[in-house]
Ligand binder design. Structure first.
Ligand code: SF4
Length: 235
């Protein structure tokens, strides 16, 4: 079973983190200034922890919270177009109990799935610096260690793929040569299988680079892998 107490303590630590000065300033400024469509809302404006099933066998790793998505709602992929696309897909595969993710108190429950970001604070232009990436990286390493049932890691985009590889290397699971990211990519690393999908950003989904069937195929593969391992799948 996943370490619930450890995950709760890690969540507290993440939410209180102020290590990256540029990102602290940015996330708080966005939260103060807002955008017109959300001007009546109180933004979260802090780091966004992972969330989901502590006993999950599937972990999704994204890039970072969106300025007016996770940085507003306090839950990753919640309240933005990327989340709308992702949660429709998760629900279709039985990995979420509803197809929308709008607010932290909407009752959404993930099934056998946990979602985390490589960088926990919204970065300007969705681009963390290398220093920011590396400063935040230990949170993902610890999260993977605490999520003891994880067997499949789905990287949402190249940044998530790289973050997952780095995290697994920190946990002693190194693969050589280093696998290159691609949509539909699959590699076994220690006890884990890493899958790659294009990130469900508007840039990818609006242009058709990532379609719903493409994301569904990757999520279905994740479900197949955990089923093959355990012989059971019960969403
Ligand atoms: S990006 Fe990560 S390490 Fe940097 S301030 Fe946010 S939570 Fe802390």
């Amino acid at each position: 079973m996943g370490d619930r107490a450890g995950l709760a303590a890690l969540t507290e630590e993440i939410v209180a983190c102020r290590r990256c000065q540029r990102l602290v300033e940015w996330r708080e400024r966005v939260a103060r200034e807002k955008v017109a469509r959300f001007r009546d809302e109180t933004y979260w404006g802090r780091p966004v922890p992972g969330f989901g099933d502590p006993d999950a066998r599937i972990l999704l790793v994204g890039l970072a919270p969106a300025a007016h998505g996770g940085n507003r709602t306090g839950r990753v992929f919640t309240g933005d177009a990327s989340g709308d696309f992702l949660f429709r897909a998760l629900h279709a595969e039985g990995l979420a109990d509803r197809p929308v993710s709008r607010s932290v108190d909407d009752g959404l429950t993930l099934v056998d799935t946990y979602i985390a970001a490589a960088v926990r604070c919204a970065p300007p232009a969705n681009k963390p610096t290398i220093d920011e990436r590396d400063t935040c990286a230990p949170f993902l390493v610890r999260e993977i260690a605490l999520l003891t049932e994880i067997r499949v890691i789905v990287a949402l985009g190249a940044f998530g793929w790289d973050a997952a590889l780095r995290a697994l290397a920190s946990l002693g699971h190194v693969v050589r040569p280093r696998p290159v990211f691609g949509h539909g990519g699959e590699v076994v690393i220690g006890p884990y299988t890493l899958l790659g999908t294009y990130h469900p950003s508007q840039q990818n989904t609006f242009t058709g680079k990532l379609t719903a069937p493409m994301l569904a195929d990757v999520l279905l593969r994740a479900c197949q892998l955990v089923t093959e391992e355990s012989g059971s799948w019960t969403p």
